[in-house]
Design a binder for this molecule. Structure first.
Ligand code: SF4
Length: 356
């Protein structure tokens, strides 16, 4: 079956920020990723990897230094003001702290009712209340009548996040950018919020960009994973393939530090890396080598001198000089083989099922 066109896409997006001493920080450095209707795509990485910057470029809070954001195939730079306003409705950002985004002094009926009125979803007190009740039902806060007159302070963190999601749904979005939506919630209620996002994509075809530092939750929820480090995507592909057969040492590090090791079906190639050995990444334009070089136990001499490009193999990509060599598989250092695939195409592990 042919995949539908992406609803939202970043194409070679760069965000370069001037810093002290005349240096330039590469917050994003050539990031490309696509979201399709009804798809959940995870953007995984630690703090400073660039994942939140990417969400802010998508939500037009940050402007890209270069590259394009395309919505329904059209570059956003070229859409009319009217289309841009529609974009703000269609693409909703959900923040990690639901309490900060809700007015604690107002009842849920007011918070959701205000959004409904502003976006002209319904008019008149009775219709607005009926829409609020419907939104509460949609985010599984039932019976809705028992929540509509509460204040955010009367609710749990998970319930508040559901209210934040309900407010986004009042605009009938086509894309949700969920920036660490469960990171401030108790472990016991995280799953219910993740399941709600999954329901929304299944029932309404909403595309979700799920931003997280937790690769285990990304595995639970997403169809595809993009692993970010130092402002670039270092590995991407269908979730189960990436998690069960990681090709980049940083992905292995994230997996080795994941809370539930049973979720990482080690294929015998996992290397236990120390995630606490986190030297800050040198993300300046002056840095020439692989951004992960200071933390990588497999680094070679050339890793400090030149940055590897993303290699495509099947439905996956990875950026590491070792991709295509047996080194990443066995941990043994080997010379590149003459049969090694060329950079930019081909399957570096043809014996593995890597294509979709
Ligand atoms: Fe490690 Fe070198 Fe690969 Fe970077 S390119 S991840 S330093 S082996």
């Amino acid at each position: 079956m042919t995949k539908p066109e992406p609803i939202l896409e970043a194409v070679d997006v760069k965000v370069h920020i001037p810093a002290a001493g005349g240096r330039t920080i590469r917050a994003l450095d050539g990031v490309s990723l696509a979201l399709h209707p009804g798809e959940i795509v995870a953007l995984v990485g630690e703090s400073g990897s660039g994942k939140t910057t990417m969400a802010r470029v998508f939500s037009l809070i940050y402007k890209a230094t270069s590259g394009e954001v395309r919505y329904q195939g059209q570059p956003l730079q070229r859409v009319s003001r009217r289309r841009e306003r529609a974009y703000y409705n269609d693409v909703q950002l959900i923040f990690q702290d639901p309490f900060a985004s809700l007015n604690a002094l107002k009842k849920i009926s007011y918070i959701l009712g205000r959004a409904i009125r502003i976006h002209q979803v319904a008019a008149g007190a009775r219709a607005v209340r009926a829409t609020v009740l419907d939104l509460l039902e949609r985010v599984h806060l039932t019976p809705a009548e028992s929540y509509i007159d509460r204040y955010p302070t009367d609710m749990s963190g998970g319930q508040r996040q559901r209210i934040a999601i309900a407010r986004s749904l009042s605009m009938e979005p086509r894309v949700i950018l969920a920036d660490e939506p469960t990171s401030m919630l108790d472990a016991s209620i995280r799953l219910s919020v993740l399941n709600l996002l999954d329901d929304l994509r299944r029932e309404r075809g909403i595309a979700v960009l799920y931003i997280t530092h937790d690769i285990a939750s990304a595995r639970y929820l997403s169809d595809r994973i993009n692993v970010m480090y130092g402002g670039v995507i270092v590995e991407s592909g269908p979730t189960e393939q990436v998690v069960s057969d990681p090709r980049h040492p940083y992905t292995e590090l994230l997996l080795s530090a994941a809370p539930d090791p049973a979720r990482y079906k080690g294929s015998g190639r996992s290397v236990q890396l120390d995630i606490t050995n986190a030297n800050p990444v040198d993300n300046t334009v002056e840095h020439r080598g692989c951004r992960f070089v200071d933390r990588c136990p497999k680094a070679m001499e050339k890793c400090a001198d030149a940055s590897p490009e993303l290699i495509t193999f099947g439905d996956r990509q990875a950026a590491c000089w070792l991709v295509g060599q047996d080194t990443l598989v066995t941990g043994r250092s080997q010379q590149p083989k003459s049969s090694q695939p060329s950079r930019g195409s081909g399957d570096p592990h043809p014996s593995k099922e890597t294509s979709a």
